[in-house]
Design a protein around this ligand. Structure first.
Ligand code: MSP
Length: 514
């Protein structure tokens, strides 16, 4: 129950986003989920390092820059800014925004390469095989599928091309057994279970050495001492997690405190890179592997896959402009279990906003605050002895934090919100049955106890909502007169001080027309 006393560290990362296009709801989703984890841990007393950023090299970006008629660096400068703006629009509280075109990153990637080379993990050869630029991935012939037009495509449908070029290889094949052993020893390493099983099957099927340099284009980090070779973009990109901690300087306070990362949150399409290639590269380099990888599902839009060609991209900033930031953050994490696919529809969004937020939480706040404004001179009243209904509601509100901690540690974000909303529902039932407005004449002391119990409960609800809806929960805490220094989980159970004067009540959420 008690938060950690010694400072405990927590490192969380988003994937770094390709800068070939505008950010959309899928990118916002990963970032918001990580932001909730980071904010929750900070409130719980952890020292947090939260990294996000942009993946700027490789053939895909090179082609996008060419198509835009721009030099790659100029192009990525423009597009990366859109991701910086997205983070700002979505209230993302990252500690570092890393661009892979920054010098600190080339230094880290080249150092990791040198270390792998020193340890005999890299050899020079020739690659002949399939490559999908959209996925920036190499595929074995046996993995390819045929599309409706009879063309060979990658498993997710990406076009593939035959590539032959001189290349350096990473001895991935040597890591099959150590990886399987790691998955066995650390069942928490990869979630959800469906992804773990998928990865175990893939690795059991045998690993081929991985081509880790390209020679047919130049937009990448140069391989030191091997002119014409740039690093394979996934080796480059994965290293960002180390760069952010100042690698190759491992004796820094940041590296010591935060590596290995506690969690890399990724989409289900990039599990193989994070759960197979990345730990193998780290083991080969003699570095610790991340503690956990968690893969979330994909959003569709009104039942359809989101794609540029279908023209149904959902722009996150449009949603925020229409519904407000916190309702969008809430919807993304509440509407579908984190780990599963889900569908975005405006109908579902409006329904959640009106039901869970405006009715269940917003009206409850409004009701309690209006009663206080009208009958208690806008002050928190002093409670008398608690009856079992009061004690039960308070116990449920106190207990939910521990449930939420457990859900947060499993990235079960929708379950965390469900648990919290059970408290909101219980508080609504309580206010209905206790009906304090009927007691002003007959038993004002009892009315005060009921209202104090409600303010206590709403205070805990707002604190527990802070990671999910920082703006609205902050306003709720203002409305409840909670001092800023008490807005942490060390003060979760602190009782509201009688006599605290509250501002005039204002609605938390506007209702939206469907
Ligand atoms: N650059 C790589 C990641 C490198 S990490 C070392 C990449 N970038 S991406 O921009 O294509 O995707 C970033 C994230 O967005 C991925 O986790 C991906 O799963 C997620 N999403 C992209 N479209 C999505 C949806 N429609 N729904 C949910 N998430 C989706 O991959």
């Amino acid at each position: 129950m008690t938060p950690p006393t010694a400072p405990t560290s927590f490192m969380v990362t988003t994937p770094i986003y390709y800068v070939n296009d505008k950010p959309h709801i899928g990118h916002c989703y990963t970032s918001v989920a990580c932001d909730v984890l980071a904010r929750f841990k900070r409130l719980d007393g952890y020292q947090v390092h939260f990294v996000t950023g942009t993946d700027e090299h490789g053939q895909k970006i090179h082609k996008a820059a060419e198509a835009a008629g721009m030099a790659p660096q100029d192009f990525t400068d423009v597009v990366a800014q859109r991701f910086v703006d997205m983070a700002q629009t979505f209230g993302i509280s990252h500690d570092d925004f890393l661009r892979t075109s920054e010098p600190r990153h080339a230094r880290a990637a080249q150092a990791l390469w040198a270390r792998l080379q020193e340890r005999g993990a890299i050899y020079e050869g020739h690659y002949a095989g399939w490559y999908a630029v959209r996925d920036e991935a190499f595929y074995a012939e046996s993995e390819l599928e045929e599309n409706a037009e009879g063309q060979k495509v990658a498993p997710g449908g990406a076009a593939v091309e035959w590539v032959e070029e001189p290349s350096f290889f990473f001895r991935l094949s040597a890591w099959q057994e150590p990886l399987l052993e790691h998955y066995r020893q650390h069942p928490e390493f990869l979630g959800p279970d469906s992804r773990r099983n998928e990865v175990v099957r893939f690795v059991e099927g045998g690993l081929r050495d991985l081509s880790i340099s390209r020679t047919s284009f130049t937009w990448g980090i140069p391989v030191t001492g091997s002119e014409g070779h740039v690093m394979y973009v996934w080796l480059d990109a994965l290293t960002n997690y180390l760069t952010s901690l100042g690698y190759p300087d491992e004796d820094t306070q940041a590296f010591q405190a935060f590596w290995p990362a506690d969690i890399h949150v990724v989409g289900k399409d990039i599990v193989r890179f994070h759960a197979v290639y990345w730990p193998a590269l780290l083991m080969a380099a003699g570095l610790e592997v991340p503690r956990r990888i968690y893969a979330h599902g994909w959003w569709t839009h009104e039942g359809q896959k989101i794609s540029k060609s279908l023209g149904n991209i959902i722009d996150g900033s449009d949603l925020v402009a229409r519904y407000g930031l916190d309702p969008v953050r809430y919807f993304l994490l509440r509407a579908i279990p984190f780990g599963q696919d889900g569908d975005f529809s405006h109908t579902a969004m409006v329904q959640r906003l009106n039901t869970d937020l405006a009715n269940d939480w917003g009206n409850l706040m409004q009701r309690v605050l209006s009663l206080l404004a009208k009958n208690c001179d806008g002050q928190i009243p002093a409670p008398g002895a608690l009856d079992s209904q009061d004690a039960e509601l308070l116990a449920q509100a106190r207990g939910v934090l521990e449930d939420m901690r457990a859900h947060i540690d499993r990235q079960s974000l929708s379950l965390a919100l469900e648990a919290l909303w059970r408290v909101v529902a219980a508080a609504n039932r309580y206010v209905h049955t206790e009906a304090p407005w009927r007691l002003w004449a007959s038993d004002p002391a009892r009315a005060h106890t009921i209202l104090h119990t409600l303010v206590s409960t709403l205070r805990m609800v707002a604190l527990a909502s802070l990671p999910f809806m920082p703006g609205t929960a902050g306003r709720a805490l203002d409305a409840l007169g909670v001092p800023v220094r008490e807005r942490t989980y060390a003060h979760y159970e602190t009782a509201p001080t009688p006599g605290t004067r509250l501002p005039a009540p204002e609605p938390l959420f506007p209702r939206v027309a469907s």
